[in-house]
Structure formats: C-alpha cells, structure tokens
Design a protein around this ligand. Sequence first.
Ligand SMILES: [Zn+2]
Length: 167
Amino acid sequence: MTEITECSCNNKVEYTFEQQNVCKNCFLRLFKNRIKRALSEKKLRKDSIVLIENECAAQLVKEIIPLPLRIVSKANTYDAQIVTDTLDDEAIDFLEQLPSTDEKNVIKIFKYVSENEVIQYATIKRYKFTPKPKNKFWKEFLDAFKKYPDMQNNLVRNIQELKKLKK
Ligand SMILES: [Zn+2]
C-alpha cells in the first residue's frame, strides 16, 4: 500500500482531520466549518457580553461571528459563555453519565472537533490550548477507538444523537 502524500486538492498532506490526511488549507476549512456549526446553535445578540477565557476560542469567535460582541476574558456577569470542551470531553461526559451540561447560555465551541484537531489548529495559529484533564480510564478507552476510525466517528455521532434523546 502506498502512503497518501497528497490531499484530494493535490496539495501536500500535513494534517489529519477525522483520520483523513489533508493539506493545511483543507484542514483549516474543515475545522472552521465545524466551529461555525457549534456557534450557530445558539444565537448571540449584538453587543452581548461574551465570556471567553481561551484566546484561541476568542479569536475564532471574532473571525466567524459578524456581530459586534463584547468579548471579555474575565467577568462576573455575562450574557453568554464560550467554553472549550471538545468532542472528546463530550464523549467522556456522556460515558460517565454526567448530567448534560448544555446550559442555555453556554456554547461549547469545539464540540464537533476532536481534541487532536484543536491541538493541530492551535499549533498552526500558535495559540495555547490546554486540554481539559481527563479520567485515565476513559482517555484510554477513547484512544483505543482511534485505531478504528469508523468506529470512533460512529461513536461520537451516536453520542450526539443519544444526547438529544436524553433531553
Ligand atoms: Zn487540500
């Protein structure tokens, strides 16, 4: 088997997105589409005070949301909060049967991308991203799935669907 060294757009492969080898441009496009999807699920109003502690997330919000927002990194009161839970965190919360933390004014900006994808993005853009600490057992459980890309993708998709049913 020959190793894939070219992206479907013929550029050089440098990153992975959902276990596909892709070039930098395609990676950034695919990544941003997922962030757009997460951000579009809850409406932010013009001039809302939005609490975002992570710089990488704050920059993405500025790039994607055309409205003027008041983005703050510290606040006691705010209209919405953007947190950096990834798809991995979502999966673990579900597996641990934690109550759904999808609060009304909380947006999980990385819920449709894996931790590995956020780390790649942060590296490209030179942002600091520290993954949420994870229980070792579940971390190993999720890592084991990575050998089976289809299974991993199905698992997280099913979790998204099951979460909707639980509400
Ligand atoms: Zn490409």
